[in-house]
Design a protein around this ligand. Structure first.
Ligand code: ADP
Length: 201
């Protein structure tokens, strides 16, 4: 098993590159999806988050956490963000460890698609760190167009993440997403070839 961390700033193209790597044979673990799963009603982390942030972060007349509202609360206040991370990160780490354990004796190339690989200490378990980069203007435009995010929301999230320069300094492989989706597919070919080499294939 080769464990690959795939990270980069919000909107840089992690999930898009992860999907391209699946097409080439990677097994992808989506940390964001594990986080969403951890916050489903009734889960231990759901209870902790509702205790911490109150019923007002629930969707009206529902037990679902309103993720947009929760995000706007925590990205406005670093202490609250730290409190949320302290609840959710250990659950994500546990779930990632469980997935990796299942694949340990396989010859899979496992890609961890995670915005916060360095912040959570996951970089300790990865063999290869891939960082995807894109100019900040492109990231902003894509997030506004594709995810309907506001300029303020984007700025708050970018400010809470490790700077791209630091990610690049730690990267084993840098994938550029400064062009079209076709360009990114070519980067995916290059990254995959490099991963195959590192996996000894
Ligand atoms: P991340 O996972 O790093 O936050 P995504 O992969 O979700 O970023 O990309 C953000 C948005 O930008 C997505 O909706 C994606 O479809 C779009 N996108 C990514 N790369 C490109 C590109 N090269 N050209 C156009 N749109 C892109």
């Amino acid at each position: 098993m080769l464990v690959v961390g795939l990270t980069g700033g919000i909107g840089a193209g992690k999930s898009t590159l992860a999907a391209l790597l699946i097409e080439r044979g990677a097994h992808v673990i989506d940390a964001d999806a594990l986080g969403r799963d951890a916050l489903r009603p009734g889960r231990p982390a759901w209870h902790s988050v509702v205790d911490q942030f109150g019923d007002e972060i629930l969707v009206m007349n529902s037990m679902e956490i309103d993720r947009a509202r929760l995000a706007s609360v925590v990205f406005a206040d670093r202490a609250k963000l730290a409190a949320l991370n302290a609840i959710v990160h250990p659950v994500i780490l546990g779930a990632v460890a469980e997935h990796l354990e299942k694949l340990r004796n396989s010859d899979a190339t496992v890609v961890l698609d995670a915005a916060l690989i360095i912040e959570t200490g996951l970089d300790d378990v990865v063999d290869v760190l891939v960082v995807v980069t894109a100019p900040e203007g492109d990231r902003r435009r894509r997030l506004i167009r594709e995810r309907n995010m506001s300029i303020d929301d984007i700025a708050a999230r970018m400010a809470a993440q490790t700077r791209t320069e630091e990610l690049v300094a730690r990267a084993d492989i840098v994938a550029s997403n400064a062009g079209s989706l076709e360009d990114l597919a070519r980067e995916a070919d290059r990254v995959w070839a490099e991963l195959e080499k590192r996996a000894g294939r």
